[in-house]
Design a binder for this molecule. Sequence first.
Ligand SMILES: [Zn+2]
Length: 96
Amino acid sequence: MTQVAGPARPARPQPQRTCVGCQQVRSKRELIRIVRTPDGQIRVDRSGRQPGRGAYVCPRLECLESAIRTHRLERALGQPISGAVVEELRGGLQSV
Ligand SMILES: [Zn+2]
């Protein structure tokens, strides 16, 4: 029995998330996850699987800056973000 091999299609649609910076909805895989870990640390989550409360931004500094300036990142993570953490997030984003 012969089957025509078509392009593989994902069985389920890709999960989508909203960037807290520009607020565009994008595929989760295109976004950077920022996580607040259960012990209250905020960091860039490269694996996308760290436990904790997450927020998503595009891999662009512009979106990170906007998310911070508008306090949307703080709100999404549920706690204030210090300047030192902002610096770390900037660094984390640039090395992606
Ligand atoms: Zn964005």
